[in-house]
Ligand binder design. Structure first.
Ligand code: IVH
Length: 667
């Protein structure tokens, strides 16, 4: 075959394959057998391997994963990815409806209702119809670059379909990546076979599978996606959520078939009820419905509050429950020594997922519910949270075991257990291997010292073999000690040593977080680092001083002071500093008037280039984006503005001149 002929055939094959993907994934109406589909794909792969320069990034063969990455890059979303306020009952939805009508000054509003998919939210960007990048939600403004991973998700088209609606010049679309329950169960069986911990629920499985540095692993997992929102679009005008949901499939983007337009709030209740019934029959998990005001004009009049729109709510389902028996009660010892009783259950399916354990929280909970080993109980599972025991089921005439009480010696290390409020705590500190393992895991985790390669299994081995007795020991490891552990070799030992070495230069905030002070999460650690700027100053702060800081309450203040007072903790810190930990300069955050505000530029600016302007916005904590959407705060207009000006006017976005912009940023 000549190259010319190959090119023609390749184009034909791609067209056919894309068409069959559309029939299969979007319309759910395949017209050919899997075998026929595989033949088309095989022919395309073969031709592309004969003529590799004919491979294009949007070819359907490019859905197989890329070389592994060291870490995920960051991607700015084209519009903030908002979250939703939740309603738990009809009354709360009624309040929402009343507020909407009052704000708009109308008697009735049309709503669009959709399933609330229990998965992980992503943004996909298509330029001129070609998929160019995709990211996780992250903090709503910036997410992780998972482009290569998303390419492997079967229903994600690498190229938008040419249908009745023109392909937009730019499209940022939001969707939810999910895993079907049956694929989740298969995956878990395999994880267990391989000796790896199974995922707790389909949502975690979807998230864990998408966020793989090696996208070839993502390609092996069966992920699915539903699209439901447009974050930015150029070149096509849409006026309502219903139009969005009708247009996305035209472009080959899969939308749920359970969507509906409701004339009033009563119809919304009816849909909620129907979906709650239908829920069990669906092959993926949903945890409620989403109710959205249909008209965009209304949506922009209602606007958003910090992170969620005023024009939409999630109307959650009641958590699912089932009855089973408690086979045993075990005790887990956490990072800070707290003993958590966990009920081991006779396996029971709740909403398609098999549950074998449920937390009992603490002694008070056990006493209040009076649950004992052997009891019949009601277990509830709400979305992603750990299953819980709701209540005991009274069985007439049944002989029960004695009351359960948490042990007064730690089941792991044998140290004394003391009661602190509602909790029981092991006093073993780092000499308790359970606490030590959890502390090391936390210490090495991403938001803390970020020691790559030090996973759960390796931590367990280090501790079980007695090689590591405190985080300080990490910094005195010898290569041979690591290399001779099962599953390790010279190369992986060296890699681990390199990442340990790399972790020595660290931001103060991360180090504070890594210490694992009870009640000090990533955010508080950052607040403390910004305030004190030095570890010594923080370590000698009093409760009163700490409480002067806006975000610190009496409990966290007490916890911080107590942590630094403890001899063992002081020794660890001293050891870490001696081992060579040093702190990076902290960038001082300037208070800024424009923090969190979103700017778009159009036309030529006089005093600086577009790139400079965007950088200035970002340095001041604002967001610079390239397209106007409902979430834009300011459009800055230069000479010869483009179509963005029209769009901003339509959406009622504040339009300012370059001079006004300079005043705003204080230049
Ligand atoms: S709309 C402004 N629609 O639920 C619109 N979200 O906090 C914001 N979700 O993070 C989201 N199904 O990940 C929307 N049909 C749906 C959804 C949905 C699931 C997720 C989304 C969001 C969370 C709510």
């Amino acid at each position: 075959m000549t190259k010319e002929e190959a090119k023609k055939r390749i184009e034909e094959l791609r067209k056919q394959i894309n068409h069959h993907n559309y029939l299969y994934y979007v319309l759910n109406r395949p017209e050919i057998s899997d075998a026929e589909y595989d033949r088309l794909m095989a022919e395309l792969i073969s031709l592309e391997s004969q003529f590799p320069d004919l491979i294009t990034p949007d070819s359907p063969t490019q859905k197989i994963g890329a070389p592994p990455k060291e870490e995920f890059g960051k991607i700015d979303h084209l519009a903030p990815m908002l979250s939703l306020d939740s309603c738990l009952d009809e009354k709360e939805v009624e309040d929402f409806d009343r507020r909407v009508k009052r704000e708009l000054g109308v008697d009735n509003v049309e709503y669009v209702v959709e399933p609330k998919f229990d998965g992980l939210s992503v943004e996909l960007v298509y330029e001129k119809g070609v998929f160019v990048r995709g990211s996780t939600r992250g903090d709503g403004l910036v997410g992780e670059d998972v482009t290569d991973n998303l390419k492997t998700v079967r229903p994600v088209p690498l190229k938008l379909r040419e249908g009745k609606v023109k392909i937009p010049d730019l499209l940022a679309v939001r969707g939810e990546v999910v895993m079907k329950i049956k694929d989740f169960e298969k995956l878990n069986e395999e994880m267990v076979r391989r000796g790896e911990p199974p995922f707790a629920n389909p949502r975690n499985a979807a998230s864990g599978s998408l966020r793989q540095l090696d996208s070839k692993i993502t390609a092996e997992r069966k992920l699915d996606i539903f699209f439901y929102d447009i974050l930015a679009v150029e070149g096509v005008k849409l006026n309502s959520q219903w139009e969005v949901l009708s247009t996305l499939p035209e472009w080959g983007l899969k939308v749920s078939s359970d969507i509906r337009k409701c004339k009033n709030i009563e119809e919304v209740y009816k849909y909620h009820h129907e979906m709650e019934e239908k829920r069990e029959a669906l092959d993926f998990e949903i945890d409620g419905i989403v109710v959205k005001v249909n008209q965009f004009e209304y949506q922009s009049r209602l606007g958003i509050k910090t992170r969620s729109p005023r024009w939409a709510v999630a109307y959650k389902f009641k958590p699912k429950e089932e009855v089973t028996r408690i086979k045993d009660i075990i005790v887990q010892v956490g990072r800070t020594g707290i003993l958590t009783p966990v009920a081991i259950l006779e396996p029971v399916k709740i909403g398609g997922v098999t549950v074998t354990r449920a937390t009992l929280h603490n002694q008070d909970e056990i006493d209040r519910k009076d649950v004992r080993i052997g009891d019949k109980v009601v277990v509830i599972r709400a979305g992603d949270v750990i299953p819980e025991i709701k209540a005991r089921v009274h069985v007439e005439g049944e002989k029960r075991r004695e009351k359960y009480h948490l042990p007064n010696k730690c089941p792991v290390c044998g140290a004394d257990v003391v009661r602190e409020g509602a909790y029981y705590r092991c006093t073993g500190g780092l000499s308790c291997t359970a606490q030590l393992k959890e502390s090391l895991r936390h210490f090495a985790s991403k938001g803390a010292m970020n020691i790559e390669g030090l996973g759960k299994k390796l931590v367990d081995k280090f501790v079980d073999e007695g090689i590591i007795r405190s985080p300080v020991d990490l910094y005195h490891l010898e290569k041979e000690q690591i290399a001779k552990l099962e599953g390790m070799g010279d190369k992986s030992a060296q890699n681990l040593l390199d990442s340990i070495e790399k972790s020595k230069e660290i931001e103060l905030a991360r180090f504070i977080y890594a210490l694992g002070i009870p009640l000090v999460g990533e955010h508080l650690a950052r607040v403390l680092a910004q305030h004190y700027k030095s570890l010594e100053k923080l370590a000698s702060a009093t409760e009163e001083e700490l409480m002067q800081i806006k975000e610190i309450g009496p409990e966290s203040a007490r916890s911080i002071v107590r942590f630094f007072r403890q001899e063992g903790n002081r020794k660890v810190i001293e050891g870490l500093l001696k081992a060579g930990i040093r702190f990076k300069e902290i960038k001082v955050e300037k208070p800024s008037k424009i923090a969190g505000l979103k700017f778009v530029f159009t036309g030529k600016l006089e005093s600086f280039s577009r790139e400079e302007a965007k950088r200035m916005v970002e340095e001041l904590g604002g967001i610079a984006s390239s397209s106007v959407s409902r979430e834009t705060d300011y459009l800055v207009v230069g000479e010869d503005p483009g179509s963005k000006l029209e769009k901003a006017k339509k959406l009622g976005i504040k339009i300012i001149t370059e001079k006004e912009f300079k005043e705003l940023i204080g230049k």
